[in-house]
Ligand binder design. Structure first.
Ligand code: PLP
Length: 414
């Protein structure tokens, strides 16, 4: 008789054992949202937005911060604020959500895709340094899933080569490197508040930055080119990338809950990693010793396919979903498609990117070799939504038992 639920066996966890939901809100959030609805201040530099912006910048340990429409736009605004434009090269990891590279295209820069480390899937800084040319203006590091790159080294490389360091913090609100929070470690930090993220408002984004000059520039860029505080004597060309008061209300509520949630997720992730480390054929991700608090957007780990007779990670995900009855937002899945194979990263499908034959050639994602990203996506990587990390120790144990059961029986006949 089959053991695995995917083959008709009994699932390890019953459907009635619920996993934590995401996103969440409380009565105070609903009250503030209703208050805004009843007021005549719904957007455009509203008081709820600016109170949140000040609070979140302070939380990140950054001198300045401001909201914008989403995380993609936050990266675009960061690049434009630093005057990065046509033909400038920007170093980007090959494993990330497509927005990190797409934002570079949106300012006519050239995203130079660099492979990642096998045990963190964060940018490989040896390869990043080797990819620097005369045209390189910036490096975007992504704090990916539940790992951070070596931020001391990233800063040193950028200083040595006179590059801007931009942090894509879309996954990791609150992560700390030697006690300093992400968003305060580079020139500009970029956050997403999309509904799946650890600080959500449906959609939304944020920039942290280090200087008044950069802050004012980002302010203008997100507000149709108006100068700081709406000054029309000092304008530039731009569009509307603002956030609404309702989104800010949800963010204010989420920020109050964030610290407690972060600690719970980090404790659960450490416990789960310790359980997974005992299972033959599972390789947890590496946590650098300088990481003093790790935030998680998705919990990820690797399977040792050589040891497991080349079983595919996709098959393991499907079998795990059948055992664990995760809610659909938390389904187990493979990590991001490498950007040289990504169905949503297609620079050549937009005519506006054809600014010259040279540019067209330079932005072709296929010219980059990303073997580690490919191995993670196609063979070894497994990712599950961070909401499971808001569960109990029993939930973590169920999860690990599910992984063990699947790996023990994955070769059984259907
Ligand atoms: C690493 C990373 N950067 C940027 C973004 C873009 O954020 P948004 O969806 O808010 O535009 C995302 C969104 O998933 C992301 O995961």
């Amino acid at each position: 008789m089959s053991k695995l639920a995917i083959n008709g066996g009994k699932p390890l966890r019953s459907k009635s054992a619920k996993w934590p939901a995401w996103p969440i809100s409380d009565a105070a959030d609903a009250k503030l949202v209703a208050k805004i609805t009843a007021s005549n201040r719904w957007s455009f530099d509203g008081p709820t937005e600016w109170k949140f912006a000040e609070d979140f910048a302070k939380y990140c340990g950054a001198p300045y911060g401001l909201c914008c429409a989403n995380g993609t736009v936050a990266i675009q605004l960061a690049l434009e604020a630093l005057d990065i434009g046509a033909y400038d090269e920007v170093i980007v990891p090959g494993m990330t959500w497509q927005a990190t590279a797409a934002a570079c295209l949106d300012v006519n820069a050239i995203p130079v895709l660099v492979d990642v480390e096998p045990d963190t899937w964060c940018i490989d800084l040896d390869l990043a340094e080797a990819a620097i040319t005369r045209k390189t203006k910036a490096m975007i590091v992504v704090h990916l899933y539940g790992c951070m790159p070596d931020m001391d080294r990233a800063r040193a490389i950028c200083k040595k080569h006179n590059l801007y360091l931009i942090e894509d913090c879309a996954h990791q609100h609150g992560s700390e490197w030697k006690g300093k929070r992400v968003g305060s470690l580079g020139e500009i930090g970029c956050f997403s508040f999309q509904e799946s993220k650890v600080l959500p408002s449906g959609e939304g984004g944020f920039n942290t930055c280090q200087t008044q000059r950069t802050f004012e520039r980002i302010y203008s860029l997100r507000n149709c080119g108006r100068g700081w505080k709406g000054d029309l004597s000092n304008t530039i060309q731009s569009g509307n990338f603002r956030l609404t008061e309702w989104q800010a209300a949800l963010l204010a509520g989420g920020l109050k809950r964030l610290d407690k949630q972060l600690k719970l997720r980090d404790q659960n992730a450490m416990y789960l990693n310790s359980l997974l480390a005992e299972i033959p054929g599972v390789k947890p991700m590496r946590r650098r010793k300088q990481v003093t608090l790790q935030s998680y957007f998705n919990f990820v780990f690797r399977i040792d396919t050589a040891r497991l007779n080349r079983v595919s990670n996709l098959k393991v995900c499907q079998a795990l979903n059948a055992e664990l009855h995760l809610p659909s937002h938390a389904d187990l899945d493979c990590p991001y498609q490498p950007l040289n194979h990504c169905v949503l990263y297609k620079p050549h499908t937009k005519r506006r990117h054809r600014i010259s034959a040279d540019y067209w050639k330079a932005i072709n994602p296929k010219r980059f070799k990303l073997p580690v990203c490919e191995d993670a996506h196609f063979k070894t990587g497994i990712a599950v939504h961070h909401s499971i990390l808001m569960g109990s120790r029993n939930d973590m144990e169920d999860f690990a038992c599910g992984v063990e059961k699947v790996l023990d029986n994955i070769a059984e006949p259907k």
